[in-house]
Design a protein around this ligand. Structure first.
Ligand SMILES: NC(=O)c1ccc[n+]([C@@H]2O[C@H](COP(=O)([O-])OP(=O)(O)OC[C@H]3O[C@@H](n4cnc5c(N)ncnc54)[C@H](O)[C@@H]3O)[C@@H](O)[C@H]2O)c1
Length: 252
């Protein structure tokens, strides 16, 4: 049986931890060449060492998504080595916890630049590399928080709402060039990002109780959804945000 992504080039931002790492692992296991990028080189390298040890085809790169020079350097390197990107996964994201009334301009700027501005820059500047692929698609990491409110996640939610809108708009423009654009809206997945919320036993239980499928998400759940959207099983799907939350956001 042929691996699903044999010969495909997949670029993942923020792939050193959590969901990004899970997606890098899944795509590498299915034969893709994965460009594992993260803010810190050591983090990206730790992932590629693990993946290479289990036969994966991947390379580690430093990429601060908020740094235009980093983006330009990486895209030039991809142009030189592979000449195209088949799947671009805009995964890097963060939250700075603060009650909205105390949110500083600096914190808002950090959240916005990481979760939103970077996604615009990379998706725009990677256009010619995506256009060169016969299987091109972009997957943006949104969140169920795009449509929900939670204390200390106000600015984060605003950026994720914008990611959903951006996904639709980009999908319309890029369709003419054979590039699909979709988003994933995970529920709660245990990673460094959610550690503080999920470490609280009462909060953890409340979130599980609120989820019809009675568990939190895993990085594998999100990676499986990403592989579906990137695959030839999804060639008529674009502009869509796929919720992966065990039903949390549709329950009462
Ligand atoms: N964990 C969840 O429950 C959850 C739910 C919904 C959406 N998401 C989204 O999924 C994505 C991944 O989240 P996660 O939970 O894996 O987080 P995480 O904190 O575990 O990992 C995020 C990764 O992004 C990297 N990163 C941060 N800033 C960066 C920058 N400027 N440039 C490059 N890399 C940077 C970090 O170094 C880290 O490796 C985020 O966009 C997040 O908003 C997560």
């Amino acid at each position: 049986m042929t691996a699903r992504f044999e010969g495909r080039n997949v670029l993942i931002t923020g792939a050193g931890n959590g969901i990004g790492r899970g997606m890098a692992t899944a795509f590498a296991a299915e034969g893709a060449h994965v460009w594992v990028t993260d803010l810190k080189r050591e983090t990206a390298e730790a992932v590629t060492q693990d993946l290479t040890a289990s036969g994966g085809n991947c390379t580690a790169h430093t990429l601060d998504v908020t740094n235009p020079q980093d983006v330009a350097t990486l895209l030039a390197e991809i142009e030189r080595v592979d000449g195209r990107i088949d799947t671009l996964i805009n995964n890097a994201g963060l939250n700075v916890r603060a009650d909205f009334r105390h949110l500083s301009d600096d914190d808002w700027q950090t959240i916005r630049e990481t979760n939103l501005d970077s996604l615009i820059r990379i998706s725009r500047d990677a256009f010619s590399l995506l256009k060169a692929s016969e299987h091109a698609s972009i997957i943006n990491l949104a969140s169920i928080m795009a449509k929900r409110g939670l204390r200390q996640l106000v600015a984060y939610s605003a950026t994720k709402g914008a990611v959903v809108s951006l996904t639709r708009g980009m999908a319309v423009e890029y369709a003419a060039f054979g590039i699909r654009v979709n988003a994933l809206a995970p529920g709660f997945v245990e990673t460094a990002l959610t550690d503080r919320i999920l470490r609280n036993p009462a909060m953890n239980k409340a979130l599980v109780d609120q989820t019809p499928l009675r568990r939190l998400g895993t990085t594998e759940d999100i990676a499986n959804a990403a592989m579906f959207l990137a695959s030839d099983h999804a060639t008529f799907i674009t502009g869509e945000t796929l919720t992966v939350d065990g039903g949390m956001s549709i329950g009462l």
